[in-house]
Design a binder for this molecule. Structure first.
Ligand code: DP6
Length: 330
């Protein structure tokens, strides 16, 4: 079973010609509190474990789509991309899954509201917005489950970006991945804040796809990862429903550090941290000694994402003047 087979199965009975001239959608970016790290199927982006994320409110991707004969054209933040650029190729490969016939081309206009320097992954919101815009263009009205599966075929973390707020992506166990999709948790937490601290916005040496593959295949530490996730997932869901911020922050921070530890055990080793990342960790730990409940998480890069509640905003701003603060619940 490959991506094309799954897409065909997913879209059985769906229209193959557009319902309107232009489809459009927005999807938020998301940050995992319990990470997706390692796949059981590289082609279908099926994860080894479940994960939980928080979406980033109005930070994300807006995508508009229309059809035209000929090759795809992809515009990113107003700039037409070269056809052989990584981004345009990724988009075209994803569109191949739904292309009605060989000569059918798409015009894709994508705008990211994620601060470009933040070094945040745009693949999650990018593929989610693309899946939602296709649904709009073709008038499919897919349910959230099928939208999540479609987005997942573009990028694993995109499965979570079709939804808002706290989102759980259940790993599932079927080989075709029809049970591997995300669902929103019912809780809202209006005081929840995320602070982006950009250490470097340069493209990373090893991408998340390669890093997780190498880790799963070569790191002895990876064997304990599924058990860590099982524990952390339960703790995070409990913390969210009990509004226990300390438990949530502690668990999310520890989960991220454990993920990075598994990669350090890979060969060749993968270390995403820069000296500035480590310096920031020490500053956050020192701050916590003084009381404020400020935690952090990190993804496959050197940047730090602070987790805190609205009451700590002034402290966070004074200690980290460069921070970009996000209120996920508006
Ligand atoms: C560290 O979703 O970018 O951000 O499925 O290969 O596209 P692919 O990987 P991707 O990996 C995200 C990894 C992570 C953790 C997370 O978002 O859960």
């Amino acid at each position: 079973l490959n991506k094309a087979d799954v897409a065909r199965q997913l879209l059985t009975g769906c229209a193959t010609s557009p319902a309107k001239t232009r489809g459009e959608a927005f999807a938020p970016s998301n940050i995992a509190l319990c990470k997706y790290w390692g796949k059981r199927d590289d082609d279908l982006n099926l994860p080894m474990t479940s994960s939980v994320s928080i979406s980033l409110g109005d930070l994300g991707t807006r995508t508009a789509l229309s059809m035209a004969e000929g090759a795809d054209t992809v515009t990113l933040n107003g700039e037409v991309l070269a056809r052989d650029s990584t981004f345009a190729l990724g988009v075209s490969r994803f569109l191949d899954l739904v292309r009605p016939h060989r000569a059918a081309g798409f015009r894709v206009e994508t705008v990211n509201s994620i601060p470009t320097a933040a070094g945040l992954a745009s693949s999650a919101s990018g593929f989610a917005a693309l899946a939602l815009a296709l649904d709009d263009l073709f008038g499919w009205r897919l349910d959230p489950k099928r939208l999540s599966i479609l987005a997942r075929l573009g990028s694993g973390s995109a499965a979570r970006s079709v939804l808002k707020g706290f989102v759980e992506w259940r790993a599932g166990d079927s080989p075709d991945g029809m049970d591997s999709f995300a669902e929103a948790l019912p809780e809202r937490w209006p005081d929840f804040r995320i602070g982006l601290l950009t250490v470097s916005s340069r493209p990373k040496a090893v991408g998340s796809r390669e890093a997780m593959r190498r880790t799963r295949e070569t790191s002895a530490l990876y064997h304990v990862w599924p058990a860590i996730v099982e524990r952390d997932l339960a703790l995070i869901k409990e913390a969210v429903s009990a509004r226990d911020f300390d438990r949530l922050g502690r668990t999310a921070e520890s989960n991220a550090l454990n993920m990075h530890a598994t990669s350090l055990g890979a060969w060749p080793p993968v270390l995403f941290w820069l000296p500035e990342s480590v310096a920031l960790m020490h500053r956050i730990w020192a701050l916590r000694e003084d009381g404020p409940a400020v935690y952090f998480t990190m993804d496959a890069g050197p940047n730090i994402k602070l987790l805190f509640l609205a009451a700590e905003t002034a402290v966070v701003k004074s200690l980290f003047p460069e921070v970009h603060i996000i209120a996920p619940f508006g």
